[in-house]
Design a protein around this ligand. Structure first.
Ligand code: NAP
Length: 243
């Protein structure tokens, strides 16, 4: 069983959805966990889990969140850059402000996390960074130009970080979920998953299980991409009707 006893973890976007499931999985594996989010602290967080305000686009917020985490639990050994937003719009219609905002949260936010927390990860004696990208970091999706660009960027940044931090014993991996049932996808139609080999939305806990595996057990993986998508990227159903 995955064991994070003795580790301190900071999880962004930890109030709900996938981040919340990661918080619960890590706490269940014995980690000291700080959940960080722009939302108020949820009333039903597990006992012992810390909570701090963090807007991932703010360098000052990152410094404050790190200070709060270190004061409560010591140096951060596991960082999960999970906070993200989705804004829909075709290239010729999405306002530039919206495009920039998505990049700021989904990509710059994760870069800031690694930038600010690197000394803490080193002080922890090495560690793990898990960047939550998307299948949108592996293929393109129409009307999701900003989101897709941000998630491809995060996938590339993961590989650079894996090489830069390797000498410090810090692994950096990306996770690529397909459609997962969270508040972000609350309006998405169930039919969207009909052509997938596993024809349903995934659950946040199914992504959290992968994140826990990477953090606790994937000791020979860095710069690596872990897909949790119900087989959506296994291939195209183009020829399925041929006999
Ligand atoms: P979610 O339900 O919307 O939860 C995301 C959390 O992050 C929310 O609490 C959100 O607060 C918070 N957040 C937003 N902007 C933030 C900021 N600037 N600083 C800190 N926290 C912020 O989303 P989710 O579905 O769990 O997604 C989590 C991650 O998985 C995202 O990176 C997303 O792109 C990725 N992902 C999700 C899916 C999916 O199908 N759900 C698929 C692939 C990848 P607000 O309420 O204020 O927005």
């Amino acid at each position: 069983m995955a064991d994070l006893t003795g580790s301190t973890a900071l999880v962004t976007g930890g109030a709900r959805g996938i981040g919340r499931a990661v918080v619960e999985a890590f706490a269940g594996a014995g980690a000291s966990v700080m959940a960080a989010d722009v939302l108020p602290r949820p009333a039903d967080l597990p006992d012992g889990v810390g909570y701090t305000h963090l807007d991932v686009t703010s360098e000052d917020d990152w410094a404050a969140a790190l200070a709060a985490t270190e004061a409560a639990f010591g140096p951060v050994g596991v960082l999960v850059n999970n906070a993200g937003i989705l804004e829909v719009g075709p290239i010729d219609q999405q306002p530039p402000k919206s495009f920039r905002h998505v990049l700021d949260v989904n990509l710059t936010g994760a870069w800031l996390g690694m930038h600010v927390l690197a000394p803490s990860l080193r002080a922890a004696g090495g560690g793990v960074v898990v960047n939550i990208s998307s299948t949108a970091g592996l293929i393109g999706y129409p009307n999701l130009g900003a989101y897709t660009a941000s998630k491809w960027g995060l996938r590339g940044l993961t590989k650079v970080a894996a090489m830069e931090f390797a000498a410090d014993g810090i692994r950096v991996c990306s996770v690529h979920p397909g459609p997962i049932r969270t508040p972000m996808t609350a309006d998405f139609d169930d039919d969207m998953t009909a052509s997938q080999p596993i024809a349903r939305f995934g659950e946040p806990a199914e992504v959290a299980a992968m994140v826990l595996f990477i953090a606790a057990e994937a000791t020979y993986s860095t710069g690596s991409e872990f897909v949790v998508d119900g087989g959506a990227l296994a291939g195209s159903p183009l020829t399925a009707s041929l006999r």
